[in-house]
Design a binder for this molecule. Structure first.
Ligand SMILES: N[C@@H](CCC(=O)N[C@@H](CS)C(=O)NCC(=O)O)C(=O)O
Length: 205
């Protein structure tokens, strides 16, 4: 059994979607980051970086429970453990890893900062808003062009799509202007969002 420490955010939902896709049973442990649960000693013992998501796999290889944080690392672990959602050949694996890293280092941080500066910053910082708006638009353009000739980011549906979908869905709801003039991303959102496992995972917690 896997314990999933999560909250209703895109990073948390990557893992509930993956677990739903893989059919792995899991316990949901809600960490309410709006109330400071992420700073409680019992959570810091699992993730010293005080952020969700994190997992504890009680049936990890080696016979000891494994605590893991960083959504990308968790997705890679789950794919490796199950042999699913990631091709086994080096070329296919590299392609999925590339788009996963693009999400972890680009899509998530840029959209996250845009939401912060546009919606939550206590003072309006025009430079911050402009900077993250133009980077977010550039990054969505990269994804839109990649998806012009294919259904998924890599050759087949993978953990790269699972990492990216919750962020794109959140961005479309919060910043619809980012999607103006894009053609492939709306179809991709519909394609991935129609998967029953994605719909279940996006409801957690
Ligand atoms: N790189 C991390 C980012 C995790 C992250 O930023 N989590 C946010 C919610 S989406 C969080 O827990 N924030 C609480 C805090 O910073 O105190 C990952 O992908 O797991």
């Amino acid at each position: 059994m896997i314990d999933l420490y999560t909250f209703k955010t895109p990073n948390g939902r990557k893992i509930s979607v993956a677990l739903e896709e893989l059919g792995i049973p899991y316990n949901v442990k809600v960490v309410d980051i709006t109330k400071g649960d992420q700073f409680k000693p019992e959570f810091l013992a699992i993730n010293p970086n005080n952020k969700i998501p994190a997992i504890v796999d009680h049936a990890a290889p080696g016979g000891r429970p494994l605590a893991l944080f960083e959504s990308g690392a968790i997705l890679l672990y789950l794919a490796e453990k199950t042999g699913a959602l990631m091709p086994s050949d080096p070329r296919g694996k590299a392609e999925v890893t590339q788009w996963l890293m693009f999400q972890m280092g680009g899509v998530g941080p840029m959209l996250g900062q845009l939401t912060h500066f546009r919606n939550y910053a206590p003072t309006k910082v025009p430079y911050g808003i402009e900077r993250f708006l133009s980077e977010s638009k550039r990054i969505l353009g990269v994804l839109d062009r990649q998806l012009a000739s294919r259904d998924y980011l890599a050759t087949t549906y993978s953990i790269a799509d699972i990492a990216t979908y919750p962020w794109l869905k959140g961005a479309r709801d919060m910043h619809p202007d980012l999607f103006e003039g894009l053609h492939s991303l709306p179809q991709y959102l519909h394609r991935v969002g129609s998967r029953p496992a994605v719909q279940r995972g996006m409801q957690v917690p």
